[in-house]
Design a protein around this ligand. Sequence first.
Ligand SMILES: *[C@@H]1O[C@H](CO)[C@@H](O)[C@H](O)[C@H]1NC(C)=O
Ligand SMILES: *[C@@H]1O[C@H](CO)[C@@H](O)[C@H](O)[C@H]1NC(C)=O
Ligand SMILES: *[C@@H]1O[C@H](CO)[C@@H](O)[C@H](O)[C@H]1NC(C)=O
Length: 207
Amino acid sequence: MLSALVTIACLLASANVRAASSKFTCTDVASGYLVLGSTSESSDAERLKALGPLDQSDTPYISHDYSPPLFTLESCNSTYMGFPPNMTWQEGYLVVYGRWKLNGKCVTAGSNGALALKTCVSADGKALVNQFFDTTFDAPTGSVSDQAETQLIGYTTNDTSLAMYTTLTRHRKTDVVSQTETPPSNDGGSERRILFYPETTSGKLPS
Ligand SMILES: *[C@@H]1O[C@H](CO)[C@@H](O)[C@H](O)[C@H]1NC(C)=O
Ligand SMILES: *[C@@H]1O[C@H](CO)[C@@H](O)[C@H](O)[C@H]1NC(C)=O
Ligand SMILES: *[C@@H]1O[C@H](CO)[C@@H](O)[C@H](O)[C@H]1NC(C)=O
């Protein structure tokens, strides 16, 4: 009897360990620049500003960067998140589900939505929600060579979907790109989005 209980306890424990350390695999898909696009009510033209980490601190926030670095987009097969690594829509859009990496770290949304480079999550669980982006390539060929719009997803396929907004929050007098569930208010009618420009042969940011 006792040994049967011990056996069951051991089975449960090993199942728990497996669940907690469940792994997923990520694959590099594209490298290129992240850019903040802003439009306002007063102007139709979209203003573009390249993005990069602010500094080398423990929490390098994502902000404007005059010498922008090359980020890597990777797709991941996380069971917890539930999204496929990529998906093609009939109209020819290619959506890649995964993470943005730079210098071995992942673009991560903090509790207030501010994006910063942080350690990439290795367990297939809740913390991944803060690192999981969808990136939509307007690509009739299903390729990743075109400009794309990217955004934190903010939920798993088991959750109710919600809309995320790209905003700016202030951290030590600097504007940090952020992802929030709350629509930006009182912002002069401006709208923002994060764009991805695949690395070009010239290595220059398209304008
Ligand atoms: C992810 O892909 C890897 C490599 O193809 C595979 O070994 C692993 O089982 C997959 N994991 C999930 C959760 O699908
Ligand atoms: C998502 O929901 C399905 C069906 O209820 C369940 O089997 C699965 O374990 C859930 N996945 C996660 C990651 O919670
Ligand atoms: C999309 O996923 C499939 C397999 O799931 C893979 O073969 C293909 O290379 C992926 N495409 C891109 C652009 O990542």
